[in-house]
Design a binder for this molecule. Structure first.
Ligand code: GDP
Length: 431
């Protein structure tokens, strides 16, 4: 999701204009000079285009006076945003502070828009024209208070912003599931159980064109597309299948799926091969359910043993839901569908920028990032840039240790959940 930073002196009407841009869907607190606001970033939507609006007034001004503080804001805006909107007060005209900021912004490689605010009537138009002197192109007259020309401004904003990268593909039709696991873990037994006991849609829907390597399976009143199951369905355990080939096949199935059932053998210790499959799922960014198969073979002793193994083995996917099943007896097989649904809901989910930042600013105030090279990195704001998988971008003034990123992820999950889905955290450090 592209980012627009709004820069300007206090009292030019930045916050009111931000409110306009947001269509007042999220509350923005008063523009109080010198006061650090706890929420600075919000989601905006115009003509079907989503973007994040950052009100840089929420950034702590430095000690270097008003002019220096605003110039520092502009620097940060240029480093973090895809486009910058400078707001000036047309009824006052360009002040020396405005000129200093404009000078900083003229160096920007990113598009800069100039809004001349408080143009409540046409008598101010000559004053608007005089703002050409800032060297930022055509000043756009707006009245944040009365909403004048805010549509034109929004058109110009979305034109200046890059297209949002498309979210992970969501084609119409049944959700795509991969069933993966090492040889003999019970994949074909489970698929047979699922298609055997439940109605197999493939046979009953006349004229359905199904990719022959996939199986449509009805579970819990919902149709699912199990991808790349040809080998499983026919129970062909090719002797020629080298481990390398099997792993390519697994990777292809994971890539083709939205959610993955990783089948693990509960009667045996977790193997390197199991962990490699889990790594593939995480790296592909797919939602995931862990199914511990052959539970009919698990006695009390084995269960305790398994718990200990899992504490160590599942560190990469502590967020995955676990279901204990038996493809042989059918035990708990029906719990798979709700687990798949939960995982996909998380995978598809978006937290609003406002919610994200009010949570994050509290977290960071309580536990700031560790000092590095004598400097305290500051987290300016965050936005959920994408879904499938959920991807957060943190905009910072310095590098964040991996341990601190993990801390943020853990706290994010405590607050927002996201069971069953990986969450990616990217950090964008301003140059
Ligand atoms: P695949 O290679 O992953 O497709 O595994 P298969 O489905 O061919 O199963 C391998 C072996 O494990 C077969 O002998 C199955 O009968 C057996 N098996 C599969 N699921 C279970 C289970 O839940 N319990 C027990 N006891 N055996 C199982």
């Amino acid at each position: 999701q592209p980012v627009l930073a709004v820069v300007g002196r206090p009292n030019v009407g930045k916050s009111t204009l931000v409110n306009r841009i947001l269509g007042r869907r999220e509350a923005v607190v008063q523009d109080v000079p010198g006061v650090t606001r706890d929420r600075v970033a919000y989601d905006a939507l115009w003509n079907g285009r989503r973007f994040t609006v950052v009100d840089t007034g929420g950034w702590e001004p430095g000690a270097s006076g008003m002019q220096g503080a605003i110039a520092a804001q502009a620097e940060m805006a240029m480093a973090t945003a895809d486009a910058v909107l400078l707001v000036v007060d047309a009824s006052v005209g360009a002040t020396t502070t405005d000129e200093a900021v404009a000078k900083v912004l003229r160096r920007s490689k990113r598009p800069v828009l100039l809004a001349a605010n408080k143009v409540d009537d046409n008598r101010l138009m000559p004053d608007v024209a005089s703002l050409w002197s800032l060297g930022l192109g055509e000043p756009m007259p707006v009245s944040a208070l009365h909403g004048r020309s805010s549509g034109d401004l929004l058109d110009a904003i979305v034109k200046a912003l890059p297209e949002a990268p498309r979210d992970g593909e969501r084609t119409a039709g049944p959700r795509r599931v991969a069933l993966v696991g090492k040889p003999n873990v019970g994949k074909s037994s489970l698929l047979n159980k699922l298609t055997g006991e439940e109605r197999s849609v493939v046979d009953s829907v006349a004229g359905t064109t199904v990719d022959p390597v996939d199986s449509l399976v009805e579970l819990d009143g919902q149709t699912w597309r199990f991808v790349d199951t040809a080998g499983l369905r026919k129970r062909v355990h090719t002797a020629s299948g080298t481990e390398y080939y099997a792993s390519l096949r697994t990777k292809a199935a994971i890539d083709a799926a939205e959610v993955v059932i990783v089948l693990l053998d509960a009667s045996e210790p977790l193997s390197e091969q199991d962990l490699r499959v889990l790594t593939m799922v995480v790296e592909a960014g797919r939602a995931c359910v862990l199914a511990f198969n052959k539970w009919d073979l698990v006695d009390e002793d084995r269960r305790h043993q398994l718990e200990k193994e899992l504490d160590r083995g599942l560190v990469r996917v502590p967020w995955a839901q676990r279901v204990n099943i038996s493809a042989l007896t059918g035990r708990s097989v029906r719990k798979l569908a709700p687990a798949l649904r939960t995982a996909l809901e998380s995978w598809d989910r978006r937290v609003s920028t406002g919610q994200l930042n009010s949570w994050l600013s509290e977290l960071i105030a309580a536990t700031p990032p560790p000092v590095r090279g004598g400097k305290q990195p500051k987290v300016l704001f965050a936005t959920q840039a994408g879904i499938r998988p959920p991807t957060l971008v943190l905009f910072t003034t310095g590098f964040l240790e991996a341990s601190y990123r993990r801390f943020i992820e853990r706290k994010f999950r405590e607050r927002f959940g996201f069971e069953g889905s990986p969450v990616r955290i990217n950090v964008r450090v301003r140059e």
